[in-house]
Ligand binder design. Structure first.
Ligand code: FE2
Length: 429
């Protein structure tokens, strides 16, 4: 079903979605009616999110008997004191696939956290590395919504609302509190996740751009109802306040036969983003490529923006075309899904990551600077590339895991060593 933040109505079996009432005396086909509230009941209409499920069993039968389990490599903000890294620009090469059996859930590794999940501000960046389907394991995250960015191979995300398949170049948004599992139809998979503790991701205002371009609502896809009627032992994991819990179930919790509402997962193909850019000189701030924004309480200052650097034409005259040298009060976590990133053609690999925390200087490497300053400025097409950024107002702390990763690029800052002085000497007497 197409559209972003629409109110949808869908049934996997004809006649299972009640008409007129949300909660009839007896829901059709012996199903239970249950509301999932994604916002306070009284949130303004423009922000209010809720979905009505019509399911084989209510969630109270899937939400008891939780036991605390090891949180493994997943961290939740606040988590400031794990890092052993000095202040500075950070970069990681891709993390290799595990050799032991690992699912999307057991393969979650937190790279950075910022803000405070209990205060509903900030975010975490994670990677997932998986070589096995979750099968009979299920998960929901009470601490935030999940923006999943596949980088290698396809994932099949089966949620209470239905199924979404996403390949590299596509993203999936899973609402806070929605049960799901991730299976691997084509083998091992890797990707990035932004866990957003704050206001839900929404489409950015377009301002003077007008009514079209950037991410267009009709390109977002929400699944039709689909369910599992699986009466065999399953496990449900929950992350709540940074802790992990598990409970044993006698059946699958993905038993929603019909639903209606506006609190639902969606997917989006980043190649459908219509980039808007400079057509004469200079280039706009990277916010021009914002796909989704999670606002904070200060207008224009995001809890987190999801920004991409897609294929595009570069045509500016007499301009330094790559991203410029920069210090930013916002914090920038970047990843590369595929291709080459124009500011770091060599050292930034697909599956890698970089972190430029608040007010950490960064910019093109010496070689990129040299080339971009000298080259003849013809129209140029950046092809076959897709980088992204999670940009947040909250400084991000690397986890202990990220600080000790073998793939950390300890020589990253040397990429600027060869930036030499050009200005002629004026010796001060
Ligand atoms: Fe930047």
């Amino acid at each position: 079903m197409t559209g972003f933040e629409n109110s949808f109505a869908t049934e996997a079996r004809v006649g299972t979605l009640p008409i007129v009432r949300n909660s009839p005396q007896r829901a059709p086909s012996g199903l239970y009616a249950e509301q999932l509230s994604g916002t306070a009941f009284t949130a303004p209409r423009s922000a209010n999110k809720r979905t009505w499920f019509y399911r084989i069993r209510p969630s109270v039968l899937h939400g008891r008997g939780f036991k605390l389990v090891d949180r493994a490599l997943v961290r939740t903000a606040p988590c400031h004191d794990e890092t052993t890294l000095p202040l500075g620009q950070m970069r990681w090469q891709p993390i290799p696939m595990p050799t032991e059996p690992t699912t999307f859930l057991s393969g979650l590794r937190t790279i950075t956290t910022g803000g405070d999940a209990n205060l509903q501000v900030g975010m975490a960046s994670h990677v997932y590395l998986a070589n096995q389907s979750m099968g009979d394991d299920y998960f929901y995250n009470a601490d935030g919504e999940l923006l999943i960015v596949p980088q290698e191979n396809t994932i099949d995300v089966f949620t209470e609302c239905g199924r979404l398949e996403a390949a590299p170049g596509e993203i999936v948004l899973v609402p806070r509190g929605m049960k799901f599992k991730v299976d691997l139809p084509n083998g091992p998979a890797r990707g990035y996740i932004c866990e957003n503790y704050g206001h839900y991701f929404t489409l950015p205002e377009r301002g003077p751009i007008g009514a079209n371009c950037l991410a267009n609502p009709r390109d977002f896809l929400t699944p039709v109802a689909a369910f599992e009627d699986k009466e065999r032992p399953c496990r449900l994991f929950v992350k709540s306040q940074g802790r992990f819990y598990v409970t044993e179930l006698a059946q699958s919790p993905l038993d929603v036969v019909a639903w209606h509402g506006n609190f639902a997962p969606c997917k989006y193909d980043l190649r459908r983003f219509s980039p808007v850019g400079s057509v004469l000189f200079d280039h706009p701030d990277p916010s021009i490529y914002t796909v989704l924004t999670a606002p904070s309480y200060s207008a224009g200052t995001a809890n987190v923006d999801f920004v991409i650097f897609p294929e595009r034409w570069i045509v500016m005259e007499n301009s330094f075309r790559p991203p410029w040298f920069h210090m930013n009060v916002m914090t920038e976590f970047m990843g590369l899904i595929y291709g080459v990133y124009d500011a770091k053609p060599e050292g930034f690999k697909p599956g890698g990551m970089s972190l430029h925390n608040a007010l950490t200087p960064h910019g093109p490497d010496a070689e990129a600077f040299e080339k971009a300053s000298q080259r003849e400025l013809k129209p140029e097409r950046l092809s076959g590339t897709m980088a992204f950024m999670f940009e947040t107002r909250y400084p991000l702390s690397p986890t202990g895991y990220a600080s000790e990763l073998d793939t950390i690029d300890e020589r990253y800052a040397e990429c600027w060593d060869d930036l030499r002085r050009y200005y002629p000497a004026e010796e001060t007497k």
